[in-house]
Design a protein around this ligand. Sequence first.
Ligand SMILES: Cc1cc2nc3c(=O)[nH]c(=O)nc-3n(C[C@H](O)[C@H](O)[C@H](O)COP(=O)(O)O)c2cc1C
Length: 294
Amino acid sequence: MKICIFYFSGTGNTEIITNLLQKELNNLNADVIVMKIETIIKKKIKVKTEKYDLIGIGYPIHAFNAPKIVYDFVHQLEFDEGKKAFTFRSSGDPFLNGGSTKMLRNKLEEKGFDVFNENLSIMPTNVFLQFKDNLNKQLYQLAQIRIKKLAQDILEKKIHLQKNSIILTIISKLFSFMETTGAKWLGKYIKISDSCKKCFKCVRNCPTGNIIVIDDGGDDGGDATIKFDRSCNLCMRCIYECPTNAIHFRYFRFFEIKQGYNIKPIISNPNIKGDYLSSNTKGFFKHYADFFGL
Ligand SMILES: Cc1cc2nc3c(=O)[nH]c(=O)nc-3n(C[C@H](O)[C@H](O)[C@H](O)COP(=O)(O)O)c2cc1C
């Protein structure tokens, strides 16, 4: 079976889930191609979904919905009547299932796709809260188990569609609208401190090309100024990946995790155990334990 997975990931969580899914599908003898949504959009690649038996779309939850870049991608897809599609998303909290899946499903259906499976992975949150390392590790380990099962379900074309109540859809639309509108404004007013070394990593890596270099005439880039435009998706990548920690929101700085966010060293460190959640977990994280059936 030939599968193409398209994904967007701001800070790596959805990318990790995508890679796990590709590995598990490969283990089950599926032929899987993975493509980054941001590359497709930046390079204006014409995607031909008819070449594949199945397509998958992976995304992080941003305010109960998929980020705008994912909708931009779906918008540019060509009509492919009856093509089976699945979606998977990563959120930082199981609250309200990360939001409604109805809006994205509807958009895919308008393009002729037959969405049969929608999956949610809980990964560490990349905003507001710094989770403990052993919780981050455990969320990754639990995701690994669930993705193994998802790979089987996808190949069996198991139907698993989230029930989206009207209330959930309204909440999701409302929050998502506020987030998308706020992103343009918050993204425009991101500021760069004097510790910036003008390496332009942020410019190269911004998924929406929102970070622009204004050349002030110098030969070595030293006189260049970095500006932010109005197409920010609030993915947080520029803030967390800046080598000199020079990029921050001007307003709503509490949105950033102070210590930054990078799950990769936690995953690869064998000394960090994934032993935070259990059946005895009480307080805020009890709903996490419940989500995983611990
Ligand atoms: C702008 C923004 C909004 C978010 N909104 C939610 C949310 O509504 N619910 C939630 O559980 N997590 C939310 N998160 C957390 C992310 O969904 C979560 O950390 C995700 O795994 C990040 O994936 P990525 O690393 O692939 O970007 C939000 C993150 C960002 C940056």
